[in-house]
Design a protein around this ligand. Structure first.
Ligand code: PGA
Length: 267
């Protein structure tokens, strides 16, 4: 079936669609990635329409294969990390240009697992954000407080610092291509999601901050998604507030059934 008929073609007129981002982390080899893509693609073709914007972020080694499946469709491709330099002697690293050559439009930056296990700081994440924008990739910038900070009621100062530093020198124009993911660290992979009320209040706080840093328009138009133990059971409630533009899904994005159920609860 032609992709347009299958509802796979991009529809630029519906910016209010929720954004559902799959972060596979270090899961799925080539064959599993292809199987997932085939299943998701046939689901979309069968059901004619997807009422959400979908971004798949497989491991680097599967980017090209997933791109082949969805190239030219409304399902977009993102990477989970990139290096802050364009080219050079950085053994084992991947540049923005390399990601683009595999079909990536997006890149997740500053995920809490990168901060925790690979010592990524706000300053480093800022360099990556600027590089991504400079090279035409759209960063999905992750921020969020850890459990101790949450318990100490430090959520607002922590995320204020994160957003200020991570977005330093990002122009108003650049902000049109930035998505923010609010991911409380205590909710990631723990099965303990934040409540819709908590998410809504943090997102509103972030929008106020964006208004101070930029302007009203950017505060309203910047996409802010929630991540942390989103499941088919809680997605509808978590995505209900208007200020929540969708979700960054880890564990539940690994199975097509669960991922599709989350997509379906997004409208
Ligand atoms: P989780 O992960 O959905 O498995 O909690 C979310 C994330 O880390 O982006």
């Amino acid at each position: 079936m032609h992709p347009a008929k299958a509802g796979l073609t991009e529809n630029k007129k519906m910016p209010s669609k929720k954004l559902i981002i799959a972060n596979w982390k270090m899961n799925k080899g080539l064959v599993q990635s292809q199987q997932f893509s085939d299943e998701l693609k046939s689901y979309i073709e069968k059901h004619k329409v997807i009422d959400a914007e979908i971004i798949l972020c497989p491991p680097f080694t599967s980017l090209e294969a997933v791109n082949r499946k969805f190239n030219g469709t409304a399902v977009k491709l993102g990477a989970q990390n990139m290096h802050q330099e364009s080219i050079g002697a950085y053994t084992g690293e991947i540049s923005a240009g390399m990601l683009k050559s595999c079909g990536c439009e997006f890149v997740i930056l500053g995920h809490s697992e990168r901060r925790q296990y690979f010592n990524e700081t706000n300053a480093l994440i800022n360099k990556k954000v600027l590089k991504a924008l400079d090279e035409g990739l759209k960063p999905i910038v992750c921020i969020g407080e850890n459990l101790q900070e949450h318990d100490d009621k430090l959520t607002e100062p922590v995320i204020e610092e994160q957003i200020s530093v991570c977005l330093q020198h990002v122009s108003e124009e650049g902000m049109a291509n930035v998505t923010i993911a609010y991911e409380p660290v205590w909710a990631i992979g723990t099965g303990k999601n934040a409540t819709a009320h908590q998410v809504e209040s943090v997102h509103n706080f972030l929008r106020k901050k964006l208004k101070k840093m930029y302007n009203e328009e950017i505060s309203k138009n910047t996409k802010i998604v929630y991540g942390g133990s989103v499941t088919p059971e809680n997605a509808k409630e978590l995505f209900a507030p208007q200020t929540v533009n969708g979700g960054l899904i880890g564990g539940a994005s690994l199975e097509v059934d669960k991922f599709v159920a989350i997509i379906n609860s997004a409208h």
